[in-house]
Design a protein around this ligand. Structure first.
Ligand code: ADP
Length: 471
């Protein structure tokens, strides 16, 4: 059993009420974490604020050494972290192992990228002036993270922040805080000075409000629902905080009639069923050209039928549980709505037991169905057909979301035209897993603000200072 305390100013602080963390596969309690509120949230900011001047004054190379030590310790403990993640989140162990590697890639990448925060020298308008542009860390940042990627959503935010010279207060999701504390413990072992990384768990509203009203927090980086993202945006207005928001998605997955079908089916499965469909870049609606509908549906549903549902810690599980009862209810409501509106369930379509739901393929989906409009966050793949490229682009773009889209075609000109026309921050062409540390991840429209990953991701934690100097 894992019993964790808050991690503030390099100390483990345990007091007050606890939150129980439940394994969604077995419904057993796997650990407890503190149920903190505004007082502890403020303490965490005090500590990050005090730590900021010294941390931001180190050279990028010095900061890089701490970050790489943390990276190496995570690597040494990867299996332990992955097991804990599967126990609290449910994803199959092989996916959890993949996530730890992905999470760690942000640490190694930004440990280096921090060394390349360059300034500029701009030609002046008069001979006796020099104009410099310098980048500086924004200060104390608050990171609020979701349950679907308990490790990666932390490092994707914290690695660039620390590399830039910021200090951080972190609030992981109440469903998956154990992985966050394990990462904090390894950060402590890596020797980060006190206050650089602080982790607080508890009442999301109270902690969120405490950080949003605190003028010492200059930047908030959030991944989660569009609803909470909008709330944070409103709360940020009072102190004009910088914001990065990674919100919901509703990815269209488009298969043109010249696509390599095997590749498209493999991509659709990887994109739709990873993490039991609980990622914001999951294919949410699949559009297949009417000429290849039968072939696609046949191969796709056969492969989906073969996916094994089960506890992520058991060998061979492909699809773990959903995170909670509410998630199951949402999936059931979407499948029922689709059936009522004329869709046909080719495979799946039922709960297994507990929080497990069968991987499901729905044929004859139409754009008026809930699953074609609202985020599903579950293992349900609705398949619709289309006739022309123009038609499918129009339908794909008809969404308030704009995070990820996928296109399968072997026609180069079509691939370029479609990737340019899709109003999405990430377009995967003939490939379904585009996210990597060195590339920008983020959405258009109501899917969010800002980018994580790549050199773009570190900019989010930097201020631009212009120095006009007379000589
Ligand atoms: P989901 O519905 O997928 O759980 P949420 O947006 O509710 O997504 O959760 C994402 C993160 O936002 C979690 O860490 C959660 O605790 C936090 N959160 C939820 N409500 C608030 C709030 N009012 N203020 C700040 N953070 C919040």
């Amino acid at each position: 059993m894992n019993h964790w305390s808050l991690f503030i100013n390099g100390e483990w602080i345990s007091e007050g009420e606890k939150i129980e963390v439940i394994n969604p596969s077995t419904r057993e309690i796997v650990g407890t974490v503190p149920k903190a509120g505004s007082k502890e949230a403020e303490q965490a900011v005090n500590s990050a604020y005090e730590a900021f001047p010294a941390w931001s004054s180190l050279t990028a190379g010095e900061r890089s050494e701490f970050i790489m030590k943390w990276h190496d310790l995570i690597n040494e403990h990867k299996e332990e972290i992955a097991r804990l993640m599967t126990a609290e989140q449910g994803k199959p162990l092989k996916e959890a192992m993949g996530e730890v590697a992905y999470a760690n890639s942000f640490l190694s990448w930004y440990a280096e990228e921090g060394k390349r925060i360059y300034g500029e020298m701009i030609p002046a308008s008069v001979p006796n002036k020099r104009l410099f542009v310098q980048k500086q860390a924004v200060g104390v940042i608050a990171a609020i993270t979701p349950w679907n990627f308990p490790a990666a959503m932390i490092t994707r935010k914290i690695a660039p922040a620390l590399a830039a010279g910021c200090t951080a207060v972190i609030k992981p999701a109440e469903q998956t805080p154990l992985t966050a504390f394990m990462l904090a413990k390894l950060a402590e072992e890596a020797g980060f000075p006190p206050g650089i990384i602080n982790v607080v768990t508890g009442d999301p509203k109270e902690i969120g409000e405490a950080w949003m009203r605190d003028e010492r927090v200059t930047k908030v980086t959030f991944t989660g629902s569009t609803e909470v993202g909008k709330l944070l945006m409103k709360q940020a207005a009072d102190t004009v905080k910088k914001l990065s928001l990674e919100l919901g998605g509703h990815a269209p997955f488009i298969v043109m009639n010249d696509a390599n079908l095997d590749l498209a089916v493999e991509g659709a499965i990887a994109s739709k069923f990873r993490n039991a469909g609980q990622t914001c870049v999951c294919a949410n609606r699949i559009y297949v050209h009417e000429d290849i509908k039968e072939d696609f549906l046949h191969t796709f549903s056969e492969k989906v039928k073969a996916l094994a549902v089960g506890d992520g810690l058991k060998d061979g599980s492909d699809i773990g549980p959903l995170i909670n009862e509410q998630a199951i209810l949402k999936v059931k409501a979407q499948v029922q709505d689709a059936q009522e509106k004329g869709a046909n369930v080719l495979t799946g379509g039922k709960e297994v037991s507990g929080l497990f739901y069968e991987p499901t393929v729905i044929a004859d989906a139409t754009d008026d169905m809930l699953c074609m409009k609202e985020e599903t966050f579950g293992p349900v793949a609705p398949v619709a057909t289309f006739k022309t490229m123009e038609e499918v682009i129009g339908r794909a773009n008809h969404s308030r979301y704009g995070l990820a889209a996928y296109v399968y075609t072997q026609n180069l000109s079509q691939a370029i035209k479609m990737s340019e026309a899709l109003q999405y921050g990430i377009v995967g062409v003939n490939g379904a897993l585009p996210a990597v540390a060195q590339a920008p991840f983020g959405g258009f429209k109501e899917s969010g603000l800002g980018r994580e990953g790549g050199h773009h991701g570190i900019e989010e934690f930097l201020e631009t200072k212009y120095i006009s100097m007379g000589i």
